[in-house]
Write a protein that binds this ligand. Structure first.
Ligand code: F0G
Length: 429
């Protein structure tokens, strides 16, 4: 058998290539971010047929919505070396109540909260952990607003690798912190925001002998780009007009853009969807820069109810600029009130998501309202995380916010008497 040709890591700044097994966290020559470049995988018709055939498998890597596309993700990997839960295979949902609220008839929701640890991070983590173990890393680490840490903790546990996470003290949603602790990662509550956590980790990673698995790690992006590949596959390779997603550190914007770029270049699709990246207004340096034509890079002191995207100095900035330009994309911001209202609509439709995820639907509604998304255009909004990730935000919205928001579902405390039950049910029926 002829060996599968290896991929390489290439510096986005100076173009220098390094081996795919090199553990450097950045370009050893200039410090730029690295990106994976793969050998051409074959004819699109053959690829589409192969991906479709793999759907019927019930065991092994083909059951993963990441590794089913392994020729596009990490072609040289030996199937027995893969650390998979499995992940992906997330549904594309259509719900009238959400479409109506957003004013978009052809709105589909890709729900990444259906991944094993409840967020899209598992798609990147299965690849990053697989590769870290394969390349001989002894321990892994990340800075996180909570979802990456939960995912890293779970996959490191499965791989039998020690894991260290740096998270902003007091600003990680309860579900995510609980997962991270339960899966056994050594958890450092840093007195600072996400940006401080990432800076601290980048400074200390080499000295500590840990492999950094934030989304600046190119293997993370290879996994995450399968959000785009899988959704195109689900749509029979007929791209939507728009893909809308929440944006924080900009790894996912970069990953989905890379997936679309490559799918287009290899002939799997014949046109590119437009990408809309949506930030929370209190953490929107990228949206601000977009309005100025990306002339300047901004850093802000982030504040938002959507703690997952409470990021003021996104690491994958340059990659994301390229993606927005290539896809004729847009970057907008939405207020915390808009995020919470969209979330209440998504939740009450029986779908549910965490606050940051709802930024995608809030953003799609804003774009439709402003006429950027045109009547009749098809839109896929990515919900990035599960409703149970942030139970605190839900209880606060429904039970504690004064005055009650219009969509609040106030719980009612009663005495344990029939009279109280009758009184309450009579009132609310
Ligand atoms: N949605 C959710 C639920 C997230 O957890 C994140 C990022 C994003 C959207 C934004 O993705 O950063 O690639 O632009 N969470 C990271 C974390 C930062 O540590 O879990 P991005």
């Amino acid at each position: 058998m002829t060996p599968v040709p290896e991929s390489r890591q290439e510096c986005e700044d100076c173009g220098q290539s390094i081996s795919e097994l090199d553990l450097s966290p950045a370009c050893p020559h200039c410090g730029g971010l690295l990106e994976m470049v793969h050998p051409r995988p074959g004819h699109p018709t053959m690829l589409r047929r192969m991906f479709a055939e793999r759907r019927t498998e019930v065991r092994g890597p083909d059951t993963s919505g990441v590794w089913r596309y392994r020729e596009l993700v990490l072609p040289s990997i030996d199937a027995t070396a893969i650390v998979s839960h499995p992940e992906g295979n997330t549904p594309l949902l259509s719900r009238d109540a959400i479409s109506r609220w957003a004013g978009i008839e052809r709105l589909l929701i890709k729900h990444e909260g259906h991944n094993p640890t409840g967020s899209f991070k598992d798609r990147g983590m299965t690849v990053a952990i697989t590769q870290a173990r394969r390349a001989g890393a002894r321990a892994v680490a990340c800075a996180s607003t909570g979802n990456t840490s939960a995912s890293l903790a779970a996959y490191a546990a499965q791989a039998g690798m020690p894991a260290f996470v740096f998270v902003p003290s007091g600003n990680v949603a309860l579900g995510k912190l609980a997962q991270t602790l339960a899966y056994g990662a050594r958890t450092l509550l840093v007195r600072g925001n996400f940006d401080a956590c990432l800076a601290l980790l980048r400074e200390s990673a080499a000295g500590l002998g840990v492999q950094l698995l934030n989304s600046i790690n190119p293997f993370r992006l290879e996994g995450q780009k399968t959000i785009a590949i899988e959704l195109l596959d689900q749509l029979s390779w007929e791209p939507p007009d728009w893909i809308v997603l929440p944006a924080g550190n900009l790894g996912n914007t970069s990953a989905i853009g890379k997936g679309l770029r490559e799918a287009h270049a290899m002939g799997l699709i014949t046109r590119l969807p437009r990408l809309a990246a949506v930030q929370a207004s209190g953490a929107a340096p990228f949206a601000r820069s977009f309005r100025d034509g990306f002339v300047e890079r901004f850093r802000v002191e982030p504040e938002t109810v959507a703690t997952a995207i409470r990021i003021g100095d996104p690491a994958s900035w340059k990659r994301a600029v390229r993606v927005i330009r290539e896809t004729d994309g847009v970057v907008i911001d939405v207020s915390d009130d808009a995020i919470l209202e969209a979330k209440a609509v998504i939740d009450a439709a029986g779908v549910g998501c965490e606050p940051a995820s709802a930024a995608s639907v809030a953003g799609a509604a804003q774009l439709r309202h402003k006429g950027v998304i045109k009547s009749g255009e098809s839109v896929v909004a990515i919900l990035t995380g599960h409703l149970l990730k942030d139970p605190g935000a839900i209880v606060h919205y429904h039970q504690d916010t004064e005055p009650p928001p219009p969509r609040a579902n106030r719980p009612i405390e009663i005495e344990a008497t029939l009279a109280d039950v009758e009184r309450v049910l009579r009132v609310s029926s």
